[in-house]
Design a protein around this ligand. Sequence first.
Ligand code: C5P
Length: 408
Amino acid sequence: MQDLAGKHIVLGLTGGVACYKSAELCRLLVKAGATVQVAMTEAATRFITPTTLQALSGRPVFTSQWDAREPNAMPHINLGREADAVVLAPASADFIARLAQGRCDELLSLLCLARPRERVPLLVAPAMNREMWSHPATQRNLAQVQADGAIMLGVGHGEQACGETGDGRMLEPAELFEDIVAHFQPKVLAGQHVLVTAGPTFEALDPIRGITNHSSGKMGFAIARAAREAGAEVTLVAGPVSQPTPRGVRRIDVVSAQDMLAAAVAWAQAATVFIATAAVADWRPAARSGHKIKKDGSGRPPALDFVENPDILLTVAQGERARGGRLFCVGFAAESENLVEHARAKRERKGIPLLVGNIGPLTFGQDHNSLLLVDAGGVRELPRAPKLVLARELVAEIATRLPAASLP
Ligand code: C5P
């Protein structure tokens, strides 16, 4: 996906062993359609060569304010003027200290100070030893840099190159990439709290087996990511799936429909939008055996009794209506035929403003989907596209339907 098509990123590297990760970040940015101009401090060139970054970005790297390639001899002005964002990765403790003080005795710090702040954001990915990270001076400098308008992308936790373990390692390239992509998405859900259910549920028969379905959770996870990108606080209640948690999303893992109901009802209290994408099992075994159900030698399978599961979306939507709340509820319908009729009927039965239909067997486990939006005004199709693209379109549609009073 060309998530960064048309974007020009200045990628600034400062001295730190995490420089090796910036090679991969550069590659991800270029693959997503961005043009990348790399600028490095002298210390960064001790950790990774400009040649590597030149090869990955397809552009000569700048390392000095005295670089004679710019006709006006002002690389520190020119590079910043062309950028849609300046990304500092890794940002060393020393470089952050220099930013905090406005010092600019070499190209990259000059460039950061000289960039047009209202138009060119500065995204900072710190990388340092845990003691350096937790030092009051570093935290003071970080607070100052943020107060001056920089966007802090955070740090990771774990084993560090020095052999110690703690906070301060640079985020992984894929995490930084996700944050940079998110930065450029319109903040149409800023101030909203979006609750999403996703994936299947698993209804245990015994400690070994149970009933479930083919839902991969991909659409729900894409919606959670898109809502977060759009500026919402997001809580994702997920059934058993193997999807990575989108950045910045609060994930609550559940197994059964009853667990999912409890989590959804609890988190719906604070939510302003509820998007139910989960493929909840309609029935669960009436009784769960404490031990594995064994063959008894008779050749007859065991008689299994089922009871209906609660309808999570219906329960939340009804509860909300009963207390006169403003939670905007969105349902999904995975059908195998007659999508429009089923989706219309389902929207009315659940008493919700928006129902999103899709053909289940065509989408389960896939990276692409097409959606049908059914509301009081009629039906609209979002044609086949990657699930994340559709999720962003859906988020934009939801934003236009929210009552004006709930928007920030
Ligand atoms: O009635 P049906 O299962 O087809 O409705 C699908 C919609 O209702 C989806 O949004 C799904 O997440 C939600 N649902 C639910 N709890 C159930 C069944 C469905 O939240 N027990």
